[in-house]
Design a protein around this ligand. Structure first.
Ligand code: FAD
Length: 111
């Protein structure tokens, strides 16, 4: 049946916000356990994301471009690139990934 694109877009914006902010705070030198946690989180997100067609498409993207978990820089750049692939498909502008980490502050008290 009919979807509601306003709600779908709001869900997308909220999810991308969490996604990029999480990657911008991911450890610079992650331990094996942290690498595994990020990989699992992304794959579970792609299974459980509430928009079915979005989830299906995201799963295909992940097969081609698996999450990069080796460092904060690698993870953040990967996240920006995969969002850009979704942007391309939806004919949205490509985002400049150069300063991705500083564009997603978390408001956390840490330095
Ligand atoms: P969004 O794409 O939501 O981006 C929000 C803001 O993030 C932008 O305004 C910009 O400031 C910034 N941004 C843009 N690109 C990047 C980037 N590459 N890196 C970092 N920041 C960036 N919608 C569908 O209709 N079909 C789908 O198949 C679909 N699949 C999706 C899959 C996932 C995993 C997610 C999270 C969302 C998906 N969506 C899908 C929703 C879609 O991606 C958008 O979130 C929604 O259309 C709203 O778009 P927007 O123009 O507000 O910007």
């Amino acid at each position: 049946h009919l979807g509601n694109s306003t709600i779908k877009e709001e869900l997308g914006r909220s999810t991308w916000k969490l996604f990029h902010t999480m990657l911008a705070r991911y450890p610079e030198e992650p331990k094996p356990d942290e690498r595994s946690a990020l990989g699992q989180f992304i794959h579970l997100l792609s299974r459980l994301y509430p928009c079915g067609e979005c989830a299906e498409h995201f799963q295909l993207l992940l097969q081609e471009y698996p999450p990069q978990t080796s460092s904060r820089a690698a993870a953040s750049q990967w996240g920006c690139a995969i969002h850009n692939l979704v942007n391309e498909r939806l004919r949205k502008p490509v985002f400049d990934c150069n300063s991705i980490e500083v564009q997603y502050p978390c408001g956390c008290a840490e330095p």
